[in-house]
Ligand binder design. Structure first.
Ligand code: C5P
Length: 206
């Protein structure tokens, strides 16, 4: 069984995907970590003219096992990730690792932006998670605060909106829900309610 969980930045898709993995006993991959690792790798060159070639090379060489979220989950790395994610060579280089994860015999849950459309169009269940940007900024703020980081909520919201805009305008056509994805709006749901809803949607799909 493959479960695809897509959605914009800080929509709660990572939390939901992890919970689905636990519930259905499937391994879970947060594919944003791959793009974040590439972004961080080329941080010093992010505005250089050769950043595309550097990022593509970094993606080709990336060791996709054992990526440490501790160094990758900050807002700044998210922006670097969304800058390198527009490069077709980067997306191509990261495809195989994601596809391999999705098709392992145990089944899998993957969360990202294009799991249901590109990585696993054959997924058994596809969720597309949405929530208002303000709610997403609040959630991300709480997440970072829980890690002991100081946060500027206004900046977080601006970052999320900038990332939404970049993700929408990406040359590959932007991210959109698969035709057969179920939209789940978590704006007015707490974590428990969102998890219950996500499990119900997957059960209805399989
Ligand atoms: O989901 P997360 O916030 O960790 O993703 C960081 C960035 O990586 C996104 O803004 C997006 O540009 C990119 N990304 C992507 N495709 C994915 C996952 C993330 O392009 N499957």
């Amino acid at each position: 069984m493959i479960i695809a969980v897509d959605g914009p930045a800080a929509s709660g898709k990572g939390t939901l995907a992890a919970a689905l993995g636990q519930h259905f006993n499937l391994p879970h991959l947060d594919t944003g970590l791959l793009y974040r690792a590439v972004g961080l790798e080329v941080k010093a060159h992010i505005d250089a003219p050769d950043v595309e070639a550097r990022a593509t090379r970094a993606a080709e060489l990336l060791d996709t096992t054992g990526l440490d979220p501790e160094f990758l989950l900050g807002a700044e790395v998210g922006i670097l990730a969304s800058k390198v994610a527009v490069f077709p060579g980067v997306r191509k280089a990261l495809f195989a690792a994601q596809r391999d994860f999705a098709t392992q015999t145990s089944g899998a849950v993957l969360d990202g932006r294009d799991i249901g459309t590109v990585i696993a169009p054959d997924a058994d269940a596809k969720l597309f998670i949405v929530a208002e940007p303000e709610i997403r900024a609040d959630r991300r703020a709480r997440q970072l605060e829980a890690r002991g980081q100081t946060v500027d909520r206004a900046k977080l919201l601006a970052d999320i909106e900038a990332r939404d805009a970049r993700d929408k305008a990406a040359p590959h056509g932007g991210f959109h829900p698969a035709d057969d994805a179920v939209l789940l709006d978590t704006t007015n749901l707490d974590i428990e309610a969102a998890i219950t809803a996500a499990i119900a949607e997957v059960e209805a799909a399989i």
